[in-house]
Design a protein around this ligand. Sequence first.
Ligand SMILES: [Mg+2]
Length: 368
Amino acid sequence: MEQMAVAHLDVDAFYVAVECLRRPELARQPVVIAGSSPRAVVTTASYAARRFGVHSAMPAARARRLCPQATFIAPDFPAYRAASAELMAIVRSHVEQVEVVGLDEAYLDLRALAFPRAAMRRLLADLRQRTGLVCSVGIAPNKLLAKIASAECKPAGFLTLTRAQAAARFAQRSPALIPGVGPKTTERLAQLGIHTIAELRAAPAGHLQRRFGARLGAWLEAVAQFRDERPLQPVRVARSESRERTFEQDIRDPERLHSELAQMCEQLCERLVAHDRRGRTIAIKVRFADFRTITRARTLPRPTADRSQVARVAAELLAGEPISAPVRLLGVRVENFARGEDQAQRGGVRAQERQPPLPLEAGWQAQA
Ligand SMILES: [Mg+2]
């Protein structure tokens, strides 16, 4: 039996769901997220609105004609990003290797889990309870099939598919079912008499490559059998944030060192706050002119991103070190971040943008 290695998790009508959390009276009502300009298109439609034929990418004006009773809401991306960050923090507290592919979509590496289906059920329940968001999950041997499975079972779905099950289940469906097979390819396939996934699969070896070129042809042959070798590409979660400065001229004056340190603490905390991170351990690094390097750290009872607290601890650590030689480099670091669940438990949708975490700085790792 193939290993069920990947889950694809996707929030159902994500933007609508976030709006409904703020305005519960909208739940199960026709809701359309769309801008107000004359050329605006529908970003998301609730399932109730979809029953009137409204769907994403449709001109908003047309959606208004199809479903005049719907509540139209302009998109609020900061709120969606904040909800997304909260959601992904919870996902990461359940599964270590996560590849986020959109605000409401991620691939999860299940290979380390003994009971992946049970783990996914727990994750879904946790997400629903803590964020109010309902997701669909597809579980499969690879990313392609996991994504097809989650789309197939929406909304509030849960579907596990082996490649053999998929081949049977989707035999008579259009090749357009496969993400990446767009309208153009679908049309060209139809011209070749290929209207279903079964027909695509049955195309003689080499036929597709002759018609579509080597690359696209080979890819079509693979996806017709739901084969996909793409690895998961998890983004490493930042574990620390640091600032350090190599001085143009070595510094011996403790007062100047302290003022440099205070500046770095300020910048560091600004960044921590911007990324909604707090850490319990504060460390300083001092490198002397002769390259002798020391690090000193203190761990606090509670995580912090507070400027004055970080600066005070860093200053105390520096004051505790005899400055026996001129200093060429000074650094400060905050690590031991509050875990995802602690962050999420503080609750509330935060209206701020997050950026991907920076890679760890090599120097600090070596010293730690
Ligand atoms: Mg979605």
